[in-house]
Design a protein around this ligand. Structure first.
Ligand SMILES: [Cu+2]
Length: 466
């Protein structure tokens, strides 16, 4: 051995000695990470010391539903889009095992924005199908961070759903709240337009043009609505961990009818208070907290509002409990307001033209048309509102002659009518819907809420246009 070699060997041995002592010195307790699928969040960390946290995460490529009747091949961390929620504590050493499912066609890796190190772990975690990569990092900075795949073409991997959130709790933890949820926005680009049925391939050109067909929370239209809504009780505090996977669009995150008591701006230490809408950049996050004071359905949106009502960026928080009329009265009066010369207005709603081939599809697509266009007046259960909006549930007016419903939507309806023995004299605006959408929504109504059933075709609707 040359002397230089001996010196090098000496230093290497010394270094190895130091690092093993260091690891022993740290004497970290090892524990497996608890991972959760959206919208759930792992429990708060209660320990007051650093640990070695072992994470096993698997990348998948599998077909899922992006909207009713629309399938998409999602690429994901874990089984879901966004991927599993990871919760660690500042100072923890994370031993990360990334496995790529043997059925994958692509290699994948992970770039965690919580990592201090080149690529956020991307190079060390590059994993071929059927392999597992291991790397470790120490979580130096507290905060809420996006993680995502960074394998070329990066944009495509992210666009297919490869992102999620990792929370690094500060040493003292976060203040206690009653409910915590996990919501991530993402934009999707498909060969077909929004709502076009069938398996829709990724569209690279639209992605480059940032011309999204879908903008959704938690991976699909309706992922977090109706029976899958977030829930809370009146008087509880709610904390949302909100991420934006992108790949392209910035989110104007807003909860209709709530004010954020606290926003951890961009997921960091800075706390802002009394915020209506918070901006979440692509590849960024925010923590929002609010107390729910009154019951009802609170709609969560990207306030770039066409994304909410036309591209899917809409979730719901259902709050149950007693009314609080001192805080919110509910509707106190509804009187017909008819300014001079405004007999019939037109609602210019160019909703999706969903091609429906079967009655079942018509009902499904019709429900979407209903929720976007009719629910505000006729209500979610079709009961209407007494002395303002007539019921569609068991409506003798509609059931006797469904084509009158078509006319009402197409041309508007005003003047006195009688529904189930009650007189109405309101104004329903004409709606600019396609023949197919009108056929679908009427078919949906006829087959809902104990109505008589039946089916309306686009051709029948077309025959009413003059
Ligand atoms: Cu990937």
């Amino acid at each position: 051995m040359k002397r230089s070699q001996i010196t090098v060997t000496f230093w290497l041995l010394l270094l190895a000695g130091i690092s093993s002592v260091y690891a022993q010195d740290k004497n970290l307790v090892t524990e497996p990470a608890i991972l959760t699928a959206p919208p759930m969040v792992p429990p708060p960390i209660t320990r007051d010391y650093s640990a070695k946290v072992v994470i096993n995460l698997e990348t998948r490529e599998q077909v899922g539903s992006i909207a009713d009747g629309v399938d998409y091949v999602f690429w994901s961390f874990g089984e879901t889009v966004p991927g599993s929620f990871i919760r660690v504590r500042k100072g923890d050493e994370i031993e990360f095992h990334l496995s790529n499912h043997p059925n994958s066609k692509m290699p994948h890796n992970i770039d965690l924005h919580a990592v201090t190190g080149p690529g956020g772990g991307a190079v060390s975690s590059f994993t071929a199908p059927g392999h597992t990569s291991t790397f470790s990092f120490t979580a130096l900075n507290p905060g809420l961070y996006i993680y995502h795949c960074a394998t070329a073409p990066v944009g495509m991997h992210i666009a297919n759903g490869m992102y999620g959130l990792i929370l690094v709790e500060p040493e003292g933890g976060l203040p206690k709240v009653d409910r915590e949820y996990y919501v991530v926005q993402g934009d999707f680009y498909t060969k077909g337009e929004y709502g076009e049925a069938g398996l829709q391939p990724f569209d690279m050109e639209k992605a480059i043009d940032e011309d999204a067909d879908y903008v959704v929370f938690n991976g699909s239209v309706g992922s977090t609505t109706n029976e899958n809504s977030l829930t809370a009780n009146v008087g509880e505090t709610v904390r949302l961990y909100v991420g934006n996977g992108g790949p392209n669009l910035v989110s104007s995150f807003h909860v209709i009818g709530e004010i954020f008591d606290t926003v951890y701006v961009e997921g960091g230490d800075l706390k802002n208070h009394n915020v209506q809408t918070t901006l979440i950049p692509a590849g960024g996050a925010a923590i929002v907290e609010f107390k729910v004071d009154v019951p009802g359905t609170f709609i969560i949106v990207d306030h770039s509002i066409f994304r909410a009502f036309n591209k899917g960026a809409l979730a719901m928080l259902n709050v149950e409990g007693p009314e609080e009329p001192a805080i919110y009265s509910g509707k106190q009066a509804d009187n017909v307001y008819l300014p001079e010369g405004s007999a019939i207005q037109t609602l210019d709603e160019d909703y999706i033209v969903a091609k429906a081939n079967t009655k079942e599809e018509q009902i499904r697509f019709g429900q979407r048309v209903y929720e976007a266009n009719c629910l505000a007046c006729h209500q979610s259960n079709g009961q209407g509102i007494p002395s303002a909006f007539p019921p569609l549930a068991k409506s003798d007016y509609l059931n006797a002659n469904p084509i009158l419903g078509v006319d009402a939507i197409m041309k508007g309806l005003s003047g006195p009518i009688k529904v189930n023995g009650t007189n109405y004299d309101g104004v329903m605006p004409a709606m600019r819907l396609s023949d197919q959408d009108i056929a679908n929504v009427i078919t949906f109504v006829l087959n809902s809420w104990d109505n008589n059933g039946g089916q309306m075709s686009a051709a029948e609707v077309a025959s009413r246009r003059h």
